[in-house]
Design a protein around this ligand. Structure first.
Ligand SMILES: Cc1ncc(COP(=O)(O)O)c(C=O)c1O
Length: 446
C-alpha cells in the first residue's frame, strides 16, 4: 500500500520534471546539487527562476506562495519597488569600492538610532561572521575564553558555536545540564572544551551553569526567539535572568537577533525591554543582499577602532559594508515603519490562531509556535518551549506536510517554519490554512 509520504512524493515528482532534471545536472558539479544544505530536501529541491511579491516561480513554471522569504530575510516580499530602485541607483555608480561610501554611514546611523543597545555597529556579509566577531570581541574584552549557548540553537556556521545544534537525544545528557556535542565531524575539539550548553527557557539551570563557571566565561550568547526549534520565543524571565546574572558576574550577554530582529521596530531587545552588551544581525538588515552586522556598547566596540594604530582587534573583509548591500539595507529599514510591524504582527497572530483552531477541530496532535511574523508547525501535542520538547516532533508527519504543502502551492522551510512579509494578506493566510487542512485530510484527519 502507498504511504501518505510516498503519495506526496509521487505527486511532487510528477509536477516538477524540470527541477528534477536540473537537480540531476547539479549533482554532477555540487555535492547534493547546491551549496546550502538548509534548502535541500528529498527527493530534490525546487529550482527557482523568479520571485515577485509573495510568489515564487520554479523551473517548471509552477507558482507557489512563499512563506520562507529566504529564511526570514525578505520582510518586504520579493522585489519590493523601493529596494529594487535603491539597488538600481547604486548599480549606476559602482558595485564595490576600496573605501567607505556615504550610504554605509546612513545605514549605520539608522541601525544605531533604532536599536537601544547599539552605540556603534560594524557590517559584515553573513550572520555567521556577525556571531564570530561578537564572540571574538567578548573574548578580547573580558580576557576570558569560554561561552554559554543554548541547546538546539543555531548561531551560524563556525566552530565556536556549531555545538549542540540538533544533538541526538540519546547522546545529549541530562536536560538541565546538556552535553556539548559537535554538530558534525570537522569541528575543533577545543570548541567543545570552550563551551557550556544550557537548556533554553530554563533560567534556574542556566544560572547554575553560569555561576559554576563564571571565572572562565567571556559571554552568554542567546537567540531571543529560537529559530531552529520553530521560532520559539524566550520567556521574559529567561532573558531577564540571563541579563541579571551576566551583569553581576562580568560576563557579556550577546543577543543573536539574526532572525529575532524581525519581531519589533527596535528588534527583540525592544520587544523584551532588555539591553544586551552586543547584538548580532543579518537577514532583514541587508534587504535581500548578503549581510551581517554586530554592535553594542561603546567601550567594547572601540576595540575595533584603528585610528592612530589603536585597534585591539582587527577586522577586514573585502565586501564589508559594500554599497550595494548598504543601499538595499537602508531602503528596507526606511520602509519598515512601526505601522508595518503592526500589520505583520497582526497577520502572524491571525495565522497562528487559525491553525490552532484547525488542529483542535481535527483533533490532530499538532501545535503552532512563533511570535510576531514568525511561525512554525509542530508535529507533537507537547508544548514546545526548548530543544527537548521540540525533539518530540513526529518527523514523518513533518515530511508529509512539507511536501504536501509544496503540492498545494505553498513553500515553507523544510522544518515547516514560516514567516510573513508585508505583502502577504489575510487571503494568503486563509489559503494556507486550507492547504494545511487538505494535506491533513490526505493523511486521514477530517
Ligand atoms: C539565529 C541565526 N544566527 C546566525 C545565522 C547565520 O547567518 P548566515 O546564514 O547569514 O551566516 C542564522 C542563519 O540562519 C541564524 O538563524
Amino acid at each position: 500500500m502507498t504511504t501518505p509520504l510516498e503519495l506526496e512524493i509521487a505527486n511532487y515528482t510528477a509536477a516538477n520534471p524540470k527541477s528534477a532534471e536540473l537537480h540531476n545536472t547539479a549533482t554532477q558539479y555540487m555535492p547534493g546539487g547546491d551549496t546550502r544544505n538548509s534548502i535541500f530536501w528529498d527527493p530534490f529541491p525546487l529550482y527557482i527562476t523568479d520571485g515577485n511579491g509573495t510568489t515564487l516561480t520554479d523551473a517548471d513554471g509552477n507558482k507557489r506562495t512563499d512563506f520562507v522569504n529566504n529564511m526570514t530575510t525578505l520582510i518586504l516580499g520579493h522585489r519590493p519597488p523601493e529596494v529594487i530602485a535603491a539597488v538600481a541607483e547604486q548599480l549606476e555608480h559602482g558595485l564595490s569600492f576600496p573605501a567607505p561610501s556615504p550610504s554605509v554611514v546612513q545605514w549605520a546611523k539608522l541601525m544605531c538610532e533604532r536599536v537601544r543597545s547599539l552605540d556603534k555597529v560594524r557590517f559584515v556579509n553573513t550572520g555567521t561572521e556577525a556571531t564570530l566577531n561578537a564572540i571574538r570581541a567578548a573574548r578580547a574584552f573580558t580576557e576570558k575564553q569560554k561561552l554559554v549557548k543554548c541547546e538546539g540553537a543555531y548561531h551560524g556556521n563556525h566552530d565556536a558555536i556549531q555545538i549542540s545544534v540538533v544533538p541526538p537525544i540519546d547522546q545529549a545528557g541530562d536536560a538541565d545540564s546538556p552535553e556539548a556535542i559537535k554538530a558534525f565531524p570537522g569541528i575543533s575539539d577545543s570548541a567543545v572544551d570552550d563551551i557550556f550548553i544550557v537548556p533554553f527557557n530554563d533560567i534556574f539551570a542556566a544560572e547554575r551553569t553560569i555561576r559554576d563557571h563564571a571565572d572562565e566565561l567571556a559571554a552568554v550568547i542567546v537567540e531571543p526567539v529560537n529559530g531552529q526549534c520553530g521560532m520559539v520565543p524566550a520567556k521574559h524571565e529567561f532573558l531577564e535572568g540571563l541579563r541579571r546574572v551576566t551583569e553581576e558576574l562580568g560576563i557579556l550577554l550577546i543577543f543573536d537577533e539574526v532572525i529575532a530582529f524581525r519581531i519589533a521596530y527596535g528588534g527583540a531587545q525592544d520587544y523584551y525591554g532588555i539591553t544586551p552588551d552586543l547584538t548580532c544581525f543579518g537577514k532583514i538588515v541587508g534587504g535581500g543582499m548578503p549581510v551581517g552586522a554586530f554592535g553594542g556598547r561603546e567601550d567594547i566596540m572601540s576595540m575595533w577602532n584603528p585610528a592612530g594604530g589603536s585597534a585591539v582587534v582587527q577586522h577586514a573583509g573585502t565586501f564589508n559594508g559594500n554599497p550595494m548591500t548598504a543601499a538595499a539595507g537602508v531602503a528596507t529599514l526606511e520602509n519598515l515603519t512601526p505601522e508595518k510591524y503592526e500589520y505583520l504582527n497582526h497577520l502572524g497572530e491571525s495565522l497562528r490562531s487559525k491553525l490552532r483552531a484547525l488542529f483542535a477541530e481535527l483533533e490532530v496532535p499538532m501545535g503552532v509556535t512563533g511570535i510576531a511574523s514568525l511561525f512554525a508547525l509542530q508535529f507533537t501535542s507537547t508544548e514546545v518551549v526548548d530543544y527537548r520538547t521540540f525533539a518530540t516532533n513526529d518527523k514523518n508527519m513533518l515530511k508529509i506536510m512539507f511536501i504536501g504543502l509544496l503540492n498545494e502551492g505553498f513553500l515553507m522551510s523544510n522544518r515547516c517554519a514560516g514567516n510573513i512579509s508585508t505583502v502577504h494578506t489575510e487571503d494568503d493566510v486563509d489559503a494556507f490554512v486550507q492547504a494545511v487542512r487538505n494535506v491533513l485530510k490526505r493523511i486521514g484527519y477530517n
